[in-house]
Design a protein around this ligand. Structure first.
Ligand code: NAD
Length: 300
C-alpha cells in the first residue's frame, strides 16, 4: 500500500489525513503543533519529528499549509534549512493542497521539475465539512502524468478531481472560484438584509430567491442569516466553517493575480474591502458568512 507523508494537520489537513488512514494508506504525519500530530497518531498515523522525517520513505507527500511562504519553505527550504526537494527520493510525488499565490506554486513546480520530481498544485474546495466527509473538490495544476499519478490518492479524500492546466493553474482556478464566492456571499447578505429592513421574513425571501434568478450556492447551502438554515455556521454563532481571515487572504490572492494579468476585478476588490473591514472589527476567526452582521443594526 502507498505510503503518504502528510504535512500540516490543521482544520483541513487533519480530516484529510484521517480519510487516507480510513482508506488503508500508511500515513506519516508532521505539524509544527505536536498535539495535532498526537491526535492523528491516535488514529493510526506514524508521528514524525519533522517534515523531512515524514517524507523519508514516503511514496507521496501531501502538504496542507496556510500560505505560499509556508509551502515555499517546506519544498524549497531557506536559510540553513533544506527543503523537501533536496531530501526526498527521486520518484516521490509531491502534492500541495494549500491555497497559495500562483507565483509560489509555479516556482516550486519549476524547482521540482529541475530535480525530476512530479509536483502538483491541488487546492481544494468544499471546506471543513467536505474534508471530513471525503467529498472535497481538488483543482489540479501540473503535468498530465503527475496529475494522473495524484488522482487515486486524491480520490481517497474527495469526489471531484479537475485538471485545470499547467503548474499554477489549480491555484488560478481556485482563486477565481473563491473570488466569486466572496462576491456572492456579500451580495446575498446585502439582499437578505434589504428584504428584512422592509419587513420580509428571511426564510420566505431565501426560498423566493433560491427559486428565482438570484439563486446561488450561498442561498442553497450556506445561508448567512441566523436561523434560516439548520447546521450552517450562521445558525451556530458563525463558528467553524471558512474563516473571514482566509477569505481575505483568497481575495488578496485574486487581486495579486489580477495585477499580474492586468485584469479588472472591481467586484472582487469591493468584496475584499468588505471582508477586510469585517476582519479588522474582530471577526477574522469567524465564519465568512458572519459578514451578514455588518448589514444588520447593533440592536439585533
Ligand atoms: P489551519 O491554519 O487550520 O492549518 C494549517 C496547519 O499548518 C497548522 O496546523 C500549522 O501548525 C501547520 N503548519 C504551518 N507551517 C507548517 C510547517 N512548516 N510544517 C508543518 N506544519 C505547518 O489552516 P486550514 O484551515 O487547514 O487551511 C489550510 C489551507 O487550506 C489554507 O491554504 C486554506 O486557505 C486552505 N483551505 C481552507 C479551507 C477551510 O475551510 N478551512 C477550505 C479550502 C481551502
Amino acid at each position: 500500500m502507498t505510503t503518504v507523508a502528510f504535512i500540516g494537520l490543521g482544520n483541513m489537513g487533519a480530516p484529510m489525513a484521517a480519510n487516507l488512514l480510513k482508506q488503508g494508506f500508511t500515513v506519516r504525519v508532521f505539524d509544527l503543533n505536536p498535539s495535532l500530530v498526537s491526535t492523528l497518531a491516535d488514529q493510526g498515523a506514524f508521528a514524525c519529528p519533522s517534515a523531512c522525517g515524514a517524507a523519508a520513505g514516503a511514496d507521496v507527500v501531501i502538504s496542507m499549509l496556510p500560505e505560499g511562504r509556508h509551502s515555499r519553505a517546506l519544498y524549497l527550504g531557506g536559510g540553513d534549512a533544506q527543503g523537501l526537494l533536496a531530501t526526498v527520493a527521486k520518484d516521490t510525488l509531491l502534492i500541495d493542497c494549500s491555497t497559495i499565490d500562483v507565483e509560489s506554486a509555479k516556482s516550486i513546480a519549476v524547482a521540482a521539475a529541475a530535480k525530476g520530481l512530479d509536483f502538483v498544485d491541488a487546492p481544494v474546495s468544499g471546506g471543513t465539512a467536505g474534508a471530513a466527509a471525503g467529498t472535497l473538490t481538488f483543482i489540479c495544476g501540473g503535468e498530465v502524468d503527475a496529475v494522473m499519478r495524484a488522482k487515486p490518492i486524491l480520490q481517497a479524500m474527495g469526489r471531484n478531481i479537475f485538471h485545470a492546466g499547467a503548474a499554477g493553474c489549480g491555484q488560478i482556478a481556485k482563486i477565481c472560484n473563491n473570488m466569486l464566492l466572496g462576491v456572492l456571499m456579500a451580495g446575498t447578505c446585502e439582499a437578505l438584509s434589504l428584504g428584512m429592513d422592509n419587513g420580509l421574513d428571511p426564510q420566505v425571501l431565501s426560498d423566493i430567491m433560491k427559486a428565482s434568478s438570484g439563486g446561488n450556492w450561498t442561498l442553497e447551502k450556506y445561508n448567512p442569516c441566523p436561523g434560516v438554515m439548520p447546521g450552517v455556521p450562521a445558525s451556530k454563532g458563525y463558528q467553524g466553517g471558512f474563516m473571514v481571515d482566509l477569505m481575505v487572504k483568497d481575495l488578496g490572492l485574486a487581486g495579486q493575480t489580477a495585477l499580474t494579468s492586468h485584469s479588472a476585478t472591481p467586484m472582487g476588490s469591493l468584496a475584499r474591502n468588505l471582508f477586510l473591514h469585517h476582519a479588522r472589527q474582530g471577526f477574522g476567526d469567524k465564519d465568512f458568512s458572519s459578514l451578514f452582521s455588518q448589514f444588520r443594526s447593533k440592536s439585533e
